[in-house]
Design a protein around this ligand. Sequence first.
Ligand SMILES: [Fe+2]
Ligand SMILES: [Fe+2]
Length: 274
Amino acid sequence: MSAATLSDMAVAVLTTADGREKAALSRDCAARWFAARDAGTPLEIGRAAPPDTPARPEKPELLHPRDVPRRRPGTPQGRIALLHAVAHIELNAVDLHWDIIARFSDVKMPLGFHDDWVKAADEESKHFNLVSDCLEAEGSHYGALPAHAGMWRAAEDTAQDFMGRLAVVPMVLEARGLDVTPGMIDIFRKAGIGHAVDALEVIYAEEVGHVAYGSKWFHFLCGRFDLDPKETFHTLVRRYFHGPLKPPFNEEKRAEAGLPPDFYWPLADRPAER
Ligand SMILES: [Fe+2]
Ligand SMILES: [Fe+2]
């Protein structure tokens, strides 16, 4: 790829099917973006049409969530299934972050917005590689098991709504990751699988940043349009996210990421336990 704009690079990642290749290209594009930023000659944002759905490998087979076999984390097979599900989430996240860059490139944003999502995409690519390494160390690989078909739904539902995308993807879905990751780390720690614990610890630490980027730029846009952030968040999540949010919430990490309790508790399926 020569003299690409940031949007061209985003589309190149989105149209790369193989997981390892997508992750490698994503990391390469991020390195180019930050090298140009450091040199004081930022790449142009440009305009490029992202695909409706990103290219994905032939395997894993994508199934309706109700048809994905239930996993029992107390067994080696269950732990592999859990890692496989995480790898699938990470690959989807690579695409989600490049997609927000390309899809909403017509909205003028500060360069810091692009810095944040390029960094997030780079980290998701690292996460996909780390979890794929874990799967391979356990004698499996990404693609060996079926995976959720519904992962791109949030992107489709918010394809026309920039603030809706920020509300649902980083501030709901990635925040959910903060709630459930400590439990996953526990499972692998109890099973004595150190490399998976290490990978999940990296993911857990870096995901706080992604939620924080979501909150930062959501609040920025609320300020630009003189909207009340909490009310707007509730309206958009109810419009685009299907079903209530599920407690328990990781209030400490959510706070660290700039998500106050009055943003998520009113959307939960039971009242706050105080
Ligand atoms: Fe991640
Ligand atoms: Fe993330």
